[in-house]
Design a protein around this ligand. Structure first.
Ligand SMILES: NC(=O)c1ccc[n+]([C@@H]2O[C@H](COP(=O)([O-])OP(=O)(O)OC[C@H]3O[C@@H](n4cnc5c(N)ncnc54)[C@H](O)[C@@H]3O)[C@@H](O)[C@H]2O)c1
Length: 429
């Protein structure tokens, strides 16, 4: 039986969706010496893994190569490979529709493909972020459509992923894992699985609770970042340094957690999940005023950042129209190669719409798509930098040489609180 296979570490594990969530999971499972099959519909990604090339900044090529060499991982576009696995973990994207509603098309497609190969005794775990009720209301009926029943014939769990891309402190194995099941037997098996991966498991009573807990975690971030973004604007207007304010408040040992202002909020999680919560609230005829206000404040930050660039140019006697502006960092946060929903793209679009000629440099993001077309990262050296009227430090990647940037930029807008202010040449958020 599959549960015994899980116990003896001999079970095969299938991971569906090999992105920022799924690929690190494949590596962790492989490193525990469990055979693992990674499934993705994107042939380019499958080929990249087969070549031992990572496209996720937290995973190094050598980690993939080591597991390929000892044959512990295989990857494919063929869902049929999942039929022999004891556990199938679904990590596909759950973005927003144009109308800011949850877009479950990838999740539904993946669930239908899993249902087509579902075998008795298998444990299916959904890790994608979803609104409360989705596991039981949408995924369960799809998996049961072939006549098998969850809790006896197969098992279904919801366990939201909490990874922190780019973090040196937190990785999959040291972040406590919320785990729920549609029945006690489902919960029991999912707990067993994550325990075998060495994770600290936090069992949660129902899938709805686990689904809502994930939305709370990320809406909490969106709301608190919006609060400091709003306060940063108030502080600038009043001549107070927001970074000093946050540092001072952070000395309080209880009841305060520091959040930092910036060009806005991006990535596939925080802005999306906050909108999922607002959608869920509307479905339940209740307001989600905090979440909706936070979205408005954070979404308007690129325009505010563009206004700071205008201020810097004005200090040098220039206007945005006709000036050259270099944006440093395009990822949605430091040390990741992910530019999805990045507010920096909006900042670039904003500056361009004002007539500025804009370039960007990001050592981790080679190319971005903007409303006016694709852009490639420019190389960064003294000559390049001197060709720009103003630089905007939007993301402070650890590899950036900040003193060098400060010394060689004619005007510099710092949205990250990383640079000392220097005789009027650095304008800080
Ligand atoms: N990125 C994060 O930091 C993060 C953190 C926690 C939770 N999440 C959640 O995890 C989920 C996955 O996010 P991600 O960032 O890893 O996404 P991603 O876009 O990086 O990767 C998803 C992968 O799924 C594949 N895919 C899509 N539909 C498929 C299908 N039907 N069958 C097979 N493969 C399919 C895509 O080709 C892609 O490679 C989302 O729900 C997200 O909200 C993401």
């Amino acid at each position: 039986m599959y549960s015994e296979k899980i116990l003896t570490l001999s079970a095969g594990v299938g991971v569906v969706g090999l992105g920022y969530v799924g690929l690190p999971l494949v590596i962790l499972v492989g490193q525990k010496e469990l055979p693992v099959v990674g499934i993705d519909q994107d042939e380019k990604r499958i080929e990249s893994i087969r070549q031992g090339k990572s496209y996720v900044s937290d995973i190094a090529d050598y980690e993939i190569l080591a597991l390929l060499e000892n044959g512990i991982i295989t990857v494919s576009t063929d869902f049929g490979k999942l039929s022999s696995c004891a556990v199938i973990v679904v990590c596909v994207p759950t973005p927003l529709t144009a109308g800011k509603k949850p877009d479950y098309s990838c999740l539904i497609n993946a669930a239908c493909s899993v249902a087509a190969v579902l075998s008795p005794g298998q444990l299916v775990i959904v890790e994608s972020t979803v609104a409360p009720g989705t596991t039981e209301g949408i995924i369960l009926p799809i998996l049961q459509s072939g006549g098998m029943k969850a809790g006896s014939d197969f098992f279904l769990s919801y366990s939201p992923e909490r990874i922190d891309p780019g973090s040196r402190e937190y990785c999959l194995s040291n972040i406590p894992k919320l785990v729920s099941g549609v029945t006690p037997a489902c919960l029991n098996r999912a707990q067993l699985f994550y325990n075998l991966l060495g994770m600290t498991v936090v069992p949660v009573g129902t899938p709805e609770t686990a689904e809502m807990a994930k939305l709370l975690e990320n809406t909490y971030r969106d709301v608190n970042i919006a609060l400091v973004n709003e306060m940063a604007q108030v502080c600038r207007a009043a001549g107070i340094d927001i970074w000093d304010v946050i540092e001072a408040a952070s000395t309080k040992p209880f009841g305060f957690q520091a959040f930092y202002p910036g060009p806005g909020v991006g990535g596939h999680c925080v802005p999306v999940d906050s909108s999922y919560y607002a959608f869920f609230a509307r479905e339940n005829n209740e307001p989600a005023a905090f979440a909706e206000h936070a979205r408005r404040v954070n979404s308007a930050m690129p325009q505010y950042a563009a206004a700071l660039a205008r201020e810097a140019l004005a200090a040098a006697g220039k206007t945005a129209a006709g000036s050259r502006v270099l944006v440093l960092g395009a990822a949605y946060k430091k040390d990741v190669n992910d530019a999805r929903e990045s507010p920096v793209i909006k900042l670039i679009e904003c500056l361009r719409s004002e007539g500025a000629e804009v370039g960007y440099h990001d050592p981790l993001v080679e190319k971005i798509s903007t409303a006016t077309g694709e852009m490639n990262s420019v190389s960064l050296d003294e000559i390049t930098l001197s060709g720009y009227d103003c630089s905007v430090l939007a993301v402070a990647h650890s590899t950036f040489n900040l003193p060098w940037l400060a010394a060689h930029s004619s005007m510099l807008v710092d949205l990250t609180g990383s640079l000392p202010k220097q005789a009027g040449r650095v304008i800080s958020l």
